[in-house]
Design a protein around this ligand. Structure first.
Ligand SMILES: [Mg+2]
Length: 286
């Protein structure tokens, strides 16, 4: 396909790798202070967050976060918010010190993102799985009706989240409404709270399902910057050319990526590191 690649030089990938590592460190730093929360999933998404927010994919203004020309990102898997919070802080939406208030009473950084907290960069409340993507499809639909399809809408769901029926209602709508301004990212780490997704309630073959629901679908390695760009370039193509096709990026990721003792282990879905574990994690991410 003939569209421009935005970042293709090794030194730019190195910059993104450094940012992703800082996001991972911030996830660990905030979770160990919080004493509760989700470690594994957020660590697995740091590379994708780095490209989305620092790699020229999303348009935003951290100093005017409600800027009408912005692209919108909805974290449908709201429990993965330590990763989004770390990304937003590094992007300048709010001070990095605030990351250390994660899950504290009165903090804007709750265990699931809440619109009522008025945290810059959060577009809607999420956490009840299957709802965020439905809201995001509504945003993309509204942009279509308002003739503002120059804006893009992204929604990220987990793979366990695909067990929620409302995900597929949203997908059906996105394709029926020809929302080429909509990009669905699936975090396919094959882990959910109780085990392997394929064992708890298989959602496979994901790629065939998404294609059957009308999405221009691509499978990528969610830890390869070149691959992540392939996904977003496909979306850029559909968006710019108004193909009428929503895009789905199935990102193969590892839960706990970057921290040896959390790697690909679903037991790290919903627990924070101890002080000693955090020190080891930060050494590995140095
Ligand atoms: Mg998962």
């Amino acid at each position: 396909m003939a569209f421009e690649n935005r970042r293709r030089h090794e030194h730019e990938y190195q910059e993104l790798a450094d940012i992703a590592k800082e996001i991972r460190r911030d996830i660990i730093r905030s979770l160990v202070v919080a004493g509760s929360g989700h470690s594994g999933g957020p660590l697995g998404l740091a590379d994708i967050f780095a490209v989305l927010y620092f790699g020229g994919v999303m348009r935003y203004n951290p100093h005017d976060y409600q800027w009408s020309g912005r692209d919108r990102f909805v974290l449908s898997a709201g429990h993965l918010c330590p990763g989004l919070y770390a990304t937003l802080a590094n992007a300048g939406f709010f001070p990095k010190e605030e990351l250390l208030t994660l899950r504290k009473l009165g903090s804007r950084l709750q265990g699931h993102p809440g619109l009522d907290m008025h945290l810059p960069g959060i577009e809607t409340s999420t956490g009840s799985l299957g709802h965020g993507i439905s809201i995001a499809v509504g945003m993309a639909m509204s942009d279509l009706l308002l003739d503002k399809t120059d804006r893009k809408v992204f929604a990220l769901t987990g793979d366990g989240e695909l067990q929620e029926g409302s995900v597929w209602e949203a997908a059906m709508s996105a394709s029926h409404l020809r929302l080429s301004n909509f990009c669905w990212i699936i975090d396919n780490n094959d882990c959910q709270i109780d085990g392997r997704v394929k064992d708890v309630m298989s959602v496979y073959p994901i790629v065939d399902k998404c294609r059957a629901f009308g999405f221009d679908t691509i499978e990528i390695d969610g830890h390869s910057f070149a691959d992540i760009y392939k996904g977003f370039d496909l979306f850029e193509h559909n968006h710019r050319k108004h193909t009428g096709k929503p895009t789905c990026i199935i990102a193969k990721t590892f839960m706990g990526k970057g921290v040896s003792f959390m790697h690909d282990n679903y037991e790290w879905h919903g627990k924070p590191p101890t002080k000693e574990q955090a020190e080891q994690a930060l050494r590995e991410l140095a």
